[in-house]
Design a protein around this ligand. Structure first.
Ligand code: PMV
Length: 323
């Protein structure tokens, strides 16, 4: 009983930051994202009578007890659903550094959910997979459907899941990621989410979310890139303002992060249109039209001194690659 799945990381244009139910990972607000072609996780899960305990390896290494516990808890959910009693061997590989805010938990839990449920011979729908992935790691629910995705917040386990708004070939926009940090972040998103209500700005943020989600969906529908970009950039600053005013304060940016943000604004003033967004880490995602990718890459290397740049196109959601 073995299956291997591949799932993309995703970049949120409208962010998920704060949960209304921590156990079920129900978010405070809906979010909008795009799956990424070049950063992904491939995970195989094998249920085997010969195993005496669950084994978990990520990127070739045995994981810490804390990480293992989170993975095993997820496998447990799937075992319960499938009425399987066998122990599992989980092998997972990321093609990017884990824990740097490049959404390794999103691609990781999406791939794990699909591989484990298939190995356990469960035939789940996309909606069921998205719900299950969400309980493992919130943003993982958005890595299940394809392309441009909306995670409707919902207010129950059954109503909080992601669905595709547009297929990957709908819009040729790119996410050029400037990698500025490779170290694992100090405060992970699970702890970060729990702090949102300590920010005096969180209530204000939340009150504007519905309108923002509607506006960005309209901009996507009309392929109005400038409007879309304005909204997503403002949203990233909005979320980081909450992070920086939480108690304790969370600073995910480094001086390099800010340097790139300012350059993006400067380049835009010169007619090279792109917009930035940043997740819970120092790396900057520069969202642009496909025809501007090479120019942006060249400028990142020349003016900012960034050595690693990852160019992503809109990607398909989680897929079984071997069964
Ligand atoms: O799914 P989590 O708990 O890793 O949270 C993701 C949080 C952000 O990346 C900062 C925002 C988002 O919506 O992806």
């Amino acid at each position: 009983m073995k299956a291997t799945a591949k799932a993309p990381a995703n970049i949120a244009f409208i962010k998920y930051w704060g949960k209304r139910n921590a156990k079920l990972r129900l978010p405070m607000n809906s979010s909008i994202s795009m799956n990424l072609t070049e950063i992904f996780t491939i995970t195989s899960v094998e249920f085997d009578v010969k195993l005496k305990e669950d084994l978990v390896r990520i990127d070739g290494k045995v994981v810490s007890d804390k990480e293992k516990e989170r993975v095993v808890k997820h496998i447990e959910r799937i075992r319960r659903l499938a009425k399987v009693n066998l122990k599992a061997k989980v092998e997972s590989r990321n093609n990017f550094p884990k824990g740097t805010g490049l959404a390794s938990s999103a691609s990781g839990f999406a791939a794990l959910t699909l591989a484990a449920s298939k190995a356990a011979k469960l035939n789940l729908t996309e909606k069921q997979l998205s719900i299950l992935a969400r309980i493992g790691s919130g943003s993982a629910c958005r890595s299940i459907p394809s392309g441009f995705v909306e995670w409707r917040a919902g207010n129950t386990n059954e109503s909080s899941y992601a669905r595709s708004l547009h297929s990957p070939d709908y819009w040729s926009i790119c996410d050029v990621i400037a990698i500025v940090g490779r170290k694992s972040k100090k405060v992970g998103s699970t702890e970060g989410h729990a702090l949102v209500e300590s920010s005096p700005f969180f209530k204000t943020r939340l009150s504007g979310m519905k309108k923002k989600v509607d506006e960005i969906k309209t901009a996507m529908k009309e392929k109005n890139f400038s409007k879309f970009g304005e909204i997503l950039e403002e949203e990233a600053i909005n979320m980081h303002s909450v992070m920086m005013t939480s108690k304790p304060a969370l600073y995910y940016w480094t001086p390099e992060t800010l340097k790139i943000m300012l350059k993006v604004i400067e380049w835009r003033g010169q007619g090279l249109e792109s917009y930035f967004t940043i997740d819970a880490g120092p790396n900057v995602h520069i969202i642009c039209r496909e025809q501007n990718v090479d120019k942006i890459k060249a400028r990142l290397v020349r003016f900012v001194g960034i050595k690693q740049v990852i160019i992503n196109y809109p990607a398909e959601g989680a897929r079984i690659v071997k069964f």
